[in-house]
Design a protein. Structure first.
Length: 269
């Protein structure tokens, strides 16, 4: 009995589902179509990220204006430089003219000074010549020379040659600075005495110098061969004290060390 009831419900459920499907289908087909959208213009793709012609024109205008300003500034600077160059050229020409004028003046003044000195020297020379001539005339008038005597006046030989000396005779003329030997011996100024005095003075000076040198040697301080606070490089005698052991009788890496020198721990050579 229960099986028959369940079988009867299935057709009813299936019919209800079919009716619902038919209703939905009719409902969807009965709807009116919506009005189509009308476009005012054809859509266009967006412009790329770039300047527009107006922006380009503005940029070019600004660039031209800046270039014009720079050109005007350059022209102004060029005009100023040209003006300064002209002024410098004018100043240089003026300086050259001034220097040339001063040099000419200095040369003229030097020439005038030289001419003046030449005239003064010529006047002095002429006056000296006149004085010498006057002196020679006065001497010739005061000491007239004898005929056949060419010895000048004033040499102490005026009377030499006078008398009846023969060709075999000898005339002795004493020097002007002659000194009598007797007077030298009496005064203690003979040659031997002077030699003894000079020798004694030389020996005295030598002994004094020897004593002075001996005194200086006694006061000389010893000079040490190693300077103070010296660094000994390459020394291998004391490297074992700092841990450097010789290998095969040689120290591969010697240790440099300081040595304090002085009179107590280092003798002079």
């Amino acid at each position: 009995m229960a099986i028959a009831t369940s079988n009867r419900l299935l057709p009813l459920l299936a019919g209800a589902v079919v009716l619902m499907l038919v209703f939905v289908t009719l409902k969807s087909c009965s709807q009116e179509p919506e009005d189509a959208l009308v476009l005012e213009s054809v859509p266009q793709a967006p412009a790329p990220d770039a300047d527009s012609p107006a922006d380009t024109i503005k940029t070019l205008t600004a660039n031209v204006a800046s270039m014009t300003t720079e050109v005007q500034a350059l022209r102004k600077d060029n005009d100023q430089l040209r003006k300064e160059n002209r002024e410098l050229l004018a100043n240089r020409h003026q300086i050259e003219e001034n220097v040339t004028t001063r040099v000419k003046r200095e040369l003229l003044s030097h020439e005038k000074d030289r001419d003046t000195r030449d005239r003064i020297d010529a006047g002095v020379l002429s006056s000296l010549t006149a004085r010498v001539d006057a002196l020679s005339q006065s001497l010739s008038q005061r000491y007239p020379t004898q005929s056949g005597n060419d010895i000048p006046v004033g040499l102490g030989l005026d009377n030499v040659g006078e008398g009846t000396a023969t060709t075999d005779s000898l005339i002795w003329v004493e020097p002007l600075d002659v000194v009598d030997d007797a007077e030298l011996v009496a005064n203690g100024n003979s040659l031997l005495q002077r030699a003894g005095q000079s020798t004694g003075g030389a020996l005295t000076s030598v002994s004094e110098k020897t004593a002075k040198i001996t005194q200086e040697l006694s006061t000389v301080h010893p000079v040490y061969t190693v300077p103070r606070n010296a660094t000994l490089i390459g020394s291998t005698a004391m490297t074992a004290l700092v841990g450097r052991v010789p290998v095969q009788g040689q120290v591969r890496d010697p240790m440099p060390f300081k040595v304090i020198t002085g009179a107590d721990n280092l003798a002079a050579n």
